[in-house]
Design a binder for this molecule. Sequence first.
Ligand code: FES
Ligand SMILES: [Fe+2]
Length: 451
Amino acid sequence: MSDQLLKTPLFEVGSIWVKSAQDLGNRIRTAILLLSDFRDPATYVTIAVALASIVALYYLYELLFVPLNRVRLLGDLGYVPEGKLTQKDMVNVVRKRRMVGDLPPVYPNGWFAVFESHELKSGQVHNVSFLGKNLAVFRSEKGTAHVLDAYCPHLGANLAIGGQVKGDCLECPFHGWQFRGDDGKCVKVPYIEDKNIPAIANIHSYQVLEQNGFVQIWYHAEGVEPHWTPPVIDEIANGDWTYRGRTEHVINCHIEEVPENGSDVAHLGHLHGPIMFAGIDLRYTYDKIWSFGKHMWAGEWSQCPDEKHVGILRLKHSMKLFGIHIPLLDMDVEARQTGPGIVYLLLKNKFWGRGALMHCVTPMEPMQQKMVHQIYVNRYLPTVFAKFIMLGEALMVERDIMIWNNKKYEGKPVYVKSKEDGLIAKHRRWYSQFYSENSPRLSFKQDNMEW
Ligand code: FES
Ligand SMILES: [Fe+2]
């Protein structure tokens, strides 16, 4: 073909390509027609099998190689439908009817995850709402993550809705003022006459730490500077452990309920005892039908002696099926609760090695939390295995969610004399370090039953 093209006058080259394409088309059509006798039912069976195989291959590929992404928003789970009401309808019913209890402040002080690193591309801006603030999270053109209060000090436009990233600044979509990501300083007003941008034109910028797969900000009710920082997990930073999936849940409860679960070792054997296949609906998980398997847990919670802001849960998990211990699913977990909303769960198993689950919980509203987990395991472990571990963990958390969504915060629990209840009391004393005088409290309008 190429020799022929070189010897052909230029105006004829086009027609040669057209002819070649027509030849190829004719050949494919003939091949299909030869295979397809549409009067023969076998042709339809062949086509159906071929299509089913393509779909099956796609799902197999997803299962084996694509990281897990399990997202369960408010109303997807954790409620009991009543009459014609669905789980989604029950969200508001339960919110209105339940006892709120004697709540601690709703936004503790510390580092909180506000975005996942892999979802924030250079030049992008996103609007999120956490800790009673509306935030603009953006990544500069050079790749640095920044977080600003979302409202422009000029006329109040939302910088994250239509705002443009310009270098390391965010430009307001309304009149084009530009704010620097580092310090929130207004550095450009396109139509200003005297070049003197007033200092008051600044916007609040948050201290940002981007590590272990999350963009984290420092929040403090009194504006106190950070006096501790969450650690970097070296194996994640240097790529020895790779990302294999995430789960995202929105939960209807006070933030402290979530970390308190780590010190509540008595619930492990009960709520998390039934085998994972029993599912997440607590009306059925205790059914005898699931008694062929059982998870066993031994846990101990303590405050870290060296770092006041760290609490440590040491957990041993094992599983029995039909009375037979399955060593492959044994797991030693060291969960380091670092501040009010970040936990590093270091996982260890003698067959598949080590890995980490990053757990972040951040208040979206006083009684609504966003919880995200990411899993990182050694890069040689098959993705499907990491997904199984993560799914098992997610199912266990979803049982907790059914409790959290429907419970009240009990400010004065009835404890019994036991090591287990003693740990909960200890955890509450430890967690109280994250509240300060001006930490916001929930104001509940009894008259219209709305938050
Ligand atoms: S409202 Fe932002 S520049 Fe005017
Ligand atoms: Fe739990």
